[in-house]
Design a protein around this ligand. Structure first.
Ligand code: SAM
Length: 235
């Protein structure tokens, strides 16, 4: 039995362990995901703006489920026709070779800190390696400016839109088995892909539901508008 399920438009969100629930799900055109790939295991801390010292933030010391062990991509390699896995430079030795890696340059050569200058996603597609420049450094960003981060390894929605445009077509079904705060889901919603997201952590699941709900039905800007003053007819 599924612990919790939310349906929001074309999005199906499941609070579950993806490894146990996945075999019971229907098939998908694509798996697009950013799994926990063992940065806690290999580096002690990592990601954008988290960690120790001058880059400490509200996420300092926050652990991600599954991030204390090396990631095993094997359950996902044949899970769909298209497979895209972020963080794959951390587990490239467990992946088939691929000509088409997607590289997100998040510093654009402007700054350098103790964290990676770029993130890399492996794909199982033919074609060429592709690159996006999208600045993302704490509160200094090319998108979602002024919007607080809600997950320590949250991806920009704009980058996930680019990934989907590079690898999938409108109307296709996309699974993100490690949904986190739901960035892949929001990008799917915006681009007309059907989305299924799985998240094991109840707190992040709630956050993903909330963000996807807001993206599906943007707030009514006129809801709190005072009534129009009555027009008096001047004779
Ligand atoms: C790297 S984060 C994904 C962040 C996401 N890309 C975003 O933009 O918010 C990986 C997520 O996978 C979740 N996770 C870890 N193991 C899981 C499992 N077995 N099943 C489902 N979710 C899992 C973690 O709780 C974490 O939120």
């Amino acid at each position: 039995m599924i612990e919790r399920e939310e349906i929001i438009g074309d999005c199906r969100l499941l609070l579950e362990n993806c490894l146990t629930i996945f075999p019971s799900l229907t098939t998908f055109d694509a798996v697009v995901s950013d799994p926990p790939y063992g940065i806690g295991f290999s580096h002690g801390a990592g990601g954008d703006g988290i960690g120790n010292g001058k880059y400490a933030s509200k996420f300092n010391g926050v652990t991600i489920r599954g991030d204390d062990a090396q990631f095993d991509p094997s359950p996902w390699l044949a899970a769909a026709r298209t497979v895209v896995l972020f963080g794959a430079n951390h587990f490239a030795d467990r992946l088939p070779s691929s000509p088409k890696w997607l590289v997100w340059d998040k510093r654009r050569g402007l700054t350098r800190n103790d964290f990676a200058d770029c993130e890399m996603a492996w794909t199982n597609q033919k074609g060429f390696a592709r690159l996006i420049n999208h600045y993302w450094n704490g509160m200094m960003r090319d998108s979602e400016r002024g919007v607080p981060r809600v997950h320590p390894t949250q991806k920009p929605i704009a980058v996930m839109e680019w990934v989907l445009q590079e690898t999938t077509k409108p109307g296709e079904s996309v699974l993100d088995p490690y949904m986190g705060s739901g960035s892949t889901g929001i990008a799917c919603l915006k681009l007309g892909r059907k989305f299924t997201g799985i998240e094991i952590d109840a707190g992040y699941f709630e956050i993903a539901c909330d963000r996807i709900r807001k993206a599906h039905a943007p707030p009514d800007m006129f809801a709190d508008r005072p009534p129009e003053p009555r027009q008096e007819t001047l004779l």
